[in-house]
Design a binder for this molecule. Sequence first.
Ligand code: AHR
Length: 503
Amino acid sequence: MKARMTIDRDYRIGDINRRLYGSFIEHLGRAVYGGIYEPGHPDADGRGFRRDVLGLVRELGVPVVRYPGGNFVCSFDWEDSVGPVEARPARLDLAWRSLEPNLFGLNEFMAWAKEAGTEAMMALNLGTRGIDAARNLLEYCNYPGGTYWSDLRRSHGVSEPYGIKLWCIGNEMDGPWQVGQKTAEEYGRLAYETAKAMRLFDPSLELVACGSSFAAMPTFPDWEATVLGHCYEQVDYVSLHSYYQNTADDLGEYLADSVGMGEFIDSVASACDFVKARKRSRKTMMLSFDEWNVWFHTNADDRHVDPWRVGPPLLEDAYTFEDALVVGCLIIALLKRADRVKIACLAQLVNVIAPIMTARGGQAWRQTIFYPFLHASRYGRGTALDLRVDAPTYESKRFGPVPYVDAVATVDEGAGEMAVFAVNRSLTERAEVELRLGGYESWAFAERIELAGFDPKAANTAERPLAVFPRSSPEGASVEGGMLRTSLPPLSWSVIRLAAPRR
Ligand code: AHR
């Protein structure tokens, strides 16, 4: 099949915020205990942080990590997690029916984030707690000293304030599964008052209000309209969450899920713009897609995990090659909306629906989904460019005609680098690509990276950590007369990198 594409210097979608490549660590399963923190592991440092995991997190280049939940946060008392470890209480975590020993808490996370070279996105408990816990936590984290909470932090050995900028006001507050679920009216009012109190401390904080837990929630998008009706001017972002699955084992449908993600983003943006119009506001609400990924492989097994254990093996999806292609499609959908989506968190980072897996006492390895995320985080910089694609389509039961080839381009003019991210959804046919480089005629082909040729169900495991991996080549594409020509194998994720002419 043929796929014609056109880039133009003027087809700018928007600036790509680095936070689009964020991730998430929740006190859930083995994300913390046995994931990023495993005292006694041969590769752990004096604080119990696994250095091999830190190395992989740095390799992924994650600029922001959301913490400590997730559902966990809505019944979490942050005060339990600070101070001398031996004095911290063990608590029952109702969200995941696990035991939280509080051996790893707020200050350990901030130390870990510094090692990982990442920013913290701190989530607040708006389930069982509210304004009071939020304002005290903020003072503990961000006030220099001389007050009760800031001096408490100092007494815990942290003399400098953290200056955490980014705060999630609760998590999935509409969910019946949430401890402390709220109606849109209840949450909207509480989010407004919490944001107001936080802004009295520091007007420059960046605050994220909870959107609907996912697009199929019966209250979506009225939830957004009602919640933002209360707190539109007090917050900077509204959150989106979405997980994708191939439970019907229909690969064509599964690969079309990114169309649904795009429609979800567009609908949330419309709901925000409706409130903007109703309020005659000058402000445009930005979006924080702070939970997205594939999640379904372990759903059945997770129901049988014994409750009230520390770090039980929950949500340990072993990702396949087809999952990596879907993640590639989802990244393309996010980049296509880089003008509105300014934060996105791949949920999650280690062991729990994660690109990085670990064996207790053993090795750490890259799951299949590690690779498209790595490529985007490394090369998807600067400005997102709308790449018009003219390719044959197939019929999706949910979305109608879906193009076999999906792609987006990013350009970093300062660095002289461009990347084209492309997926071929066809199970059988190669796509011959002709891409017109409008405004970039003199740029040269630099590198082609490809994830292709694997069994759709192939996965990386402790025994075979390199079963699925990308290949890079200085060949496989050419630019002549402002036209880039390349070929995309069936079922493939490709990155085609171009470089500006040398001056
Ligand atoms: O990421 C796993 C869970 O999914 C999070 O705790 C919750 O916010 C969402 O439902």
